[in-house]
Design a protein around this ligand. Sequence first.
Ligand code: CAA
Length: 239
Amino acid sequence: MLLKDKVAVVTGASNGIGRAIVDVFIENGARVIGLDIVEIESWNPDFTMIKVDISNTADCERAYNEINTMADRIDVLVNCAGITRDAMTKKMSEEQFDQVIAVNVKGVWNLTRLIGPAMQANGSGSIINISSVVGVFGNVGQSNYAASKAAVIGMTKSWAKEFALKEGNVRVNAVAPGYTMTNMMNSVPAELLEKFRSSTMLGRLAEPIEIANSVLFLASDLSSYITGEVLNVNGGMRL
Ligand code: CAA
C-alpha cells in the first residue's frame, strides 16, 4: 500500500498506460481522480472520472475546480494523456503539428500550472510527467511528437526547480517509456514494430503495467530523494 490515503490525479486515465496507472494506484491505496477526453464508467469507489479536454485552458480550470470539491488536497499528479499524429516532416500538416503540441505540451502545462503551485503551498507532492523514448532519441515520422516529449522533459526539470522553492518540497520527475503495447501502436507498421522489439535488450515491447510500476515508484515515498530526473523504461533499447 505505497499510496495509502493519497489523492492522485491521472490524465489519460481511460486507456493504455494511464489506465494501468489508475489500477496500480488504486491497488496501492490511493483515491484516484481520472481525467480524459473519453469518459469511462467508474468500477471502483476509489475512482472518479472527469471528462476534460486538457488542451483547453478554461476546461482545465473547470476540471480543477471540480477536483477541489472532491478532495481537500492533491498528493500526486500524473500527466499521462498524449496523442500522436505521425507523418514524415515533408508531409506533416500544420494541424498535425499543432494538435500534438496542444495536447502533449500545453495540456501538461495547463494542469500543472494549477496543481503544482497548490502542492507547493501544501509543502508536499509528487508530479510525474510521461515523456517518451522518442523525446530522448527522436524518431522517423514523429518530429511533432518528439518535440512535445522533449518539451515535457524541459518542463519537468523547470518545475523540479520551481515547485521546490519556499520549502515547496514537490518532487517532479519524468518517465520516458519505450514502445509499449497500447492502442497507440496500432498505426505502426509491423516491420517497424519488429525493429523496435529487436532493438531492446529484453527482446520485447513493454506492457503498460511495467510503465505504471515505475510511475508508482516515483509517486511513492520510495523515491523521496529523487527529483528532476528522467527514468528511462525502455528495456535497454539504447544501450
Ligand atoms: N526508418 C527508416 N526508414 C523509414 C522509417 C523508419 N522508421 N519509416 C519510414 N521510412 C521510410 C520508408 O521505408 C519509405 O522509404 P521509401 O521512400 O524508400 O520507400 C519512406 O520512409 C516513406 O515511408 P512510408 O511509406 O511509411 O511513408 P508514409 O508517409 O506512408 O508513412 C509514417 C510515414 C506515418 C511516419 C509511417 O512510416 C509510420 O507510421 N511510422 C511509424 C512511426 C512510429 O514509430 N510511431 C510510433 C508510435 S508509438 C509512440 O509514439 C509511443 C511512444 O512514446 C514510443
